[in-house]
Design a protein around this ligand. Sequence first.
Ligand code: PLP
Length: 232
Amino acid sequence: MTEIKTPLHTLLDTIEITTNKAQKQPYSVQLLAVSKTWPAEDLRKLANQGQRCFGENYLQEALTKIAALSDLRIEWHFIGPIQSNKTRDIAANFDWVQSIDRIKIARRLSEQRPSNLDKLNVCIQVNIDNEDSKSGVKSDEVLNFAKQIIQFEHLQLRGLMIIPKKTTDPQQQQHSFQNAQSLFSQLAAIYPSIDTLSMGMSADMECAIAEGSTMVRIGTALFGARHTPLSE
Ligand SMILES: *Cc1c(COP(=O)(O)O)cnc(C)c1O
């Protein structure tokens, strides 16, 4: 009898094959299922197949799903841009925030993290290719930025989130990921809490894993092409 694989299990197989090919530790790359625009029932299906970490970009949409799925043990990651007036709800409802690129936002998240919850895990979003109009901390400012983040009482600095420049040039892509990995090892040597290099999406996952990603953020390759994003 031939077994029919779910898209989740096909993707997990691809991640493992790529991890082995890159001679990394087995199961050292985590899958973050990026579920923006997909309804709660789709997430529930994946959770029932064993997926635990979900990433959301839009707060209102995420809060609806978090409420609808409160009977499941899901780890929620916020990965979208953050406005000041959203920090209270993010601090109260998420386990991770990967899109930290302003000290003011980090301070608010720390102050607003409810005291009955564990520290909020955070990653610094890095603008690794120093693109002008892109959010994220520029590479040469990351060490200084981390020094400030580490002071916040209710945040736990876990690593970096990388969104490289859009390119079809594999060498440029590899170069960005290598720079990110080098920055990540510098930081990890200073701060023992750092263990997460979040890089790689549907289109560049394999290169990201080869260059040292510990967490890939996958939407399209898991759920299919997105509908238009829901508005805030
Ligand atoms: C949407 C999104 C992803 C997933 O992208 P896909 O190309 O659909 O895999 C990953 N990271 C961030 C920050 C995103 O906004």
